[in-house]
Structure formats: structure tokens, C-alpha cells
Design a protein around this ligand. Structure first.
Ligand code: KMT
Ligand code: NI
Length: 173
């Protein structure tokens, strides 16, 4: 895992866009983003049962395994929230999760094999593969998949889960 401020320069979303300014994990914690390195699947099982995550699936995001790959990668990159946590465990390849900071800037989190991330409900985020075009990830969910992305709008700004998230977010001041 490596986290840094996104450079906001034009160019393909799959390029690193590394501004060279690192973001410490203590800041990710303030945003409510949790990160773990789990080399053993038993660690994932333990976390899943402690948070009542009963179901999971695995998705391989690459041109040869995901029909309509280019379109889907663009869709994953639309800024959105969910009304539930987003838990992803990377089992192979690399992926970028971008999350909004308190000042509404992008923090880019690079995840590789054995990295697990928990994004809180209501945080604005987006996802992309990197230039290698290959991310294999386990998606964990409680009961039924509740992955509906709610793209950012004035309406999602008022969403109860968004408002709840803003109340819990720790001020960096
Ligand atoms: C999301 O919500 O953006 C995703 O689930 C991305 C695919 S899983 C790495
Ligand atoms: Ni999402």
C-alpha cells in the first residue's frame, strides 16, 4: 500500500498521477479509511466474521476477463458513494482507490496483492486499474450485494449515509 496526493494533471486515469507528496496512514484513519495487509486468507475470514460479512465473490478486472472492460473501468472511475462499507481484498495485480480528503482533494491509494481496504459508507471515492490493466479482488458483503454506486450530485451530498459519514469524520485541524 502506498497513499499520496493525486496530482490532478491531465492524462489517463491509469497512470500513477503521483504528486510526490505522501499521505500517512494516520490521515487515512481520520478519513475513516482502514487498511490491512493480510498474507493469509484466514485473516480475511476473521475480519469478515467479526464484521458479519457473510458473503464474498472475486472479480478479475482485465480486458480478457471482463466483457466491456474499457467501459467498466470508466464507470468505476465515476465519483460515487455507497450506503454501506466497501471492503476489497486484492488477491493479484494492482488497483488504485481514490478517496476525497476533508478539503475535497483526491488521495490515491495504491493497493497490491494481500492488501485489504475498508471504505466507510458515504465517502466519495472512485477506482481504477493501473497501466497493467489487471486487478483481481475479493468483494466482501454482509447479505446481498449492496454495491449500487450513487454518483456524486447535490442529492448524494444530502444522502443520510453521506451526512452520517461527515459527522464521524475526525477533523484534522
Ligand atoms: C467500486 O465500487 O468502485 C468497485 O467495486 C471497483 C471494483 S473492485 C476492485
Ligand atoms: Ni465504490
Amino acid at each position: 500500500m502506498k497513499a499520496y496526493w493525486y496530482d490532478n494533471l491531465p492524462g489517463d486515469q491509469r497512470e500513477p498521477h503521483d504528486s510526490g507528496r505522501e499521505v500517512p496512514s494516520s490521515y487515512l484513519e481520520k478519513l475513516g479509511v482502514l487498511y490491512y495487509s493480510f498474507p493469509d486468507i484466514a485473516d480475511v475470514d476473521a475480519l469478515a466474521s467479526s464484521r458479519s460479512y457473510k458473503n464474498r465473490d472475486e472479480i478479475t478486472i482485465s480486458p480478457s476477463t471482463l466483457p466491456g472492460y474499457e467501459e467498466k473501468v470508466k464507470n468505476f472511475f465515476h465519483e460515487h458513494i455507497h450506503e454501506d462499507e466497501e471492503i476489497r481484498y486484492i488477491t493479484d495485480g494492482v488497483g488504485y482507490f481514490d478517496v476525497r480528503s476533508e478539503s475535497d482533494d483526491w488521495v490515491r491509494i495504491e493497493l497490491a496483492k494481500n492488501d485489504l481496504i475498508i471504505l466507510p459508507a458515504g465517502i466519495y471515492h472512485r477506482f481504477t486499474t493501473n497501466a497493467d490493466n489487471y486487478t483481481k479482488a475479493m468483494r466482501l458483503f454482509k447479505e446481498d450485494p449492496k454495491w449500487t454506486p450513487l454518483n456524486r450530485s447535490e442529492e448524494t451530498d444530502k444522502n443520510d449515509f453521506r451526512q452520517g459519514y461527515l459527522k464521524t469524520r475526525v477533523s484534522a485541524a
